[in-house]
Design a binder for this molecule. Structure first.
Ligand SMILES: [Ca+2]
Ligand SMILES: [Ca+2]
Ligand SMILES: [Ca+2]
Ligand SMILES: [Ca+2]
Length: 326
């Protein structure tokens, strides 16, 4: 997987089961400048807390550690079952970034760790789901737009006949800082999530992608979602909502693993789209990142087969991809 960093012009890479984070400065014309931060053990996920400051989830040992510049990694908590996903935002608006950790296993769980001076509070447990659910995915967004960031978990079983179908579960952030299990929205295999206001009604909408396709779910207010609208079938291994052509309207970017290309649905306002643009990528694309610089927007796909990245520049009009080895 790859994840876009908070800093301009950079993308982070983390391949599941690898014990290094790649920090890549991406220049379409001048190639890439990459450094690697070695980890003590293979990692499953990372969240960006600031420039050169990350939270790393280690599934094998159950640890979540903070890497802060060149300092030694600091273990903030150890979980049972093991953590697989970590996300960060200031949930209680006290100026300290907080962590949400999802753990996998027979009984997936959410854990909330509040940031404070010099560290984090002990984890608070938020029950996530009955047995049989795996691979919880996390998205932090103020879905009801009342001022506090809420938690959306994507839950997948991998079994079409599961007693509880795959769904998004929305935990609204009550003003006292606790999470309230509020709402479920059915959608198939939500493996990656992103949120932004696609139809420009002031409420963030959710893009869910995975091995069964891509869906857009419009917010209908109060944290509720309309029925999902199918954008694509087949395997979609990444999805991002961003104004990549910088025309002032959000675009939908999908990494179509089955077609080996990135698709951009250019937004033209009020949830309408111009004809889709395509950018070819390498074999076995597994993750998508958008890199923004002052003068360009780059689409990056991480390709598993040749362990390569493909970079394509978005300039409103289509330009060809530029391959960079890794
Ligand atoms: Ca906080
Ligand atoms: Ca909220
Ligand atoms: Ca909306
Ligand atoms: Ca746009």
């Amino acid at each position: 997987m790859a994840a876009a960093a908070g800093d301009e012009g950079r993308v982070l890479s983390l391949y599941e089961g690898w014990n290094a984070v790649g920090v890549h400065e991406v220049h379409i014309d001048k190639g890439w400048r990459s450094t690697y931060v070695k980890l003590s053990e293979p990692a499953d996920d990372l969240a960006v807390l600031g420039p050169q400051r990350w939270a790393i989830a280690h599934g094998e040992s159950g640890r979540v550690v903070i890497l802060d510049g060149d300092d030694q990694p600091n273990t903030v908590a150890t979980f049972e079952p093991a953590p697989l996903q970590v996300a960060s935002a200031d949930l209680n608006r006290d100026g300290h970034v907080d962590l949400v950790v999802a753990s996998d296993g027979v009984r997936p769980l959410l854990h909330l760790l509040h940031g404070r001076a010099g560290g984090f509070s002990p984890p608070e447990l938020v029950p996530l789901d009955p047995k049989g659910r795996t691979a919880p995915r996390l998205l932090l967004v103020d879905i009801d737009r009342e001022g506090h960031i809420d938690v959306v978990a994507g839950l997948t079983t991998g079994e079409p006949q599961a007693p509880i179908p795959d769904h998004l579960r929305i935990f609204r952030n009550a003003s006292h800082g606790g999470l309230v299990d509020e709402w479920r929205a059915q959608v198939q295999s939500p493996h990656q999530l992103d949120a932004a206001d696609v139809d420009e009604d002031g409420l963030p909408d959710i893009l869910a992608t995975g091995p069964d396709g891509a869906w857009l779910q419009h917010s209908s207010g109060f944290g509720w979602l309309d029925s999902p609208e199918k954008l694509a079938g087949g395997t979609v291994s990444g999805g991002v909502l961003r104004d990549v052509d910088r025309n002032g309207h959000l675009d939908i970017v999908l990494l179509r693993a089955d077609r080996q290309r990135i698709e951009v649905h250019p937004g033209i306002g009020a949830g309408r789209f111009a004809p889709t643009q395509h950018y070819d990528v390498g074999a076995g694309p597994i993750a998508l990142a958008v890199v923004e610089r002052a003068d360009e927007t780059l689409l990056v796909s991480a390709n598993a087969e040749a362990k390569s990245f493909t970079t394509a520049k978005v300039v409103g009009a289509h330009t060809g991809p530029h391959r960079t080895g890794k």
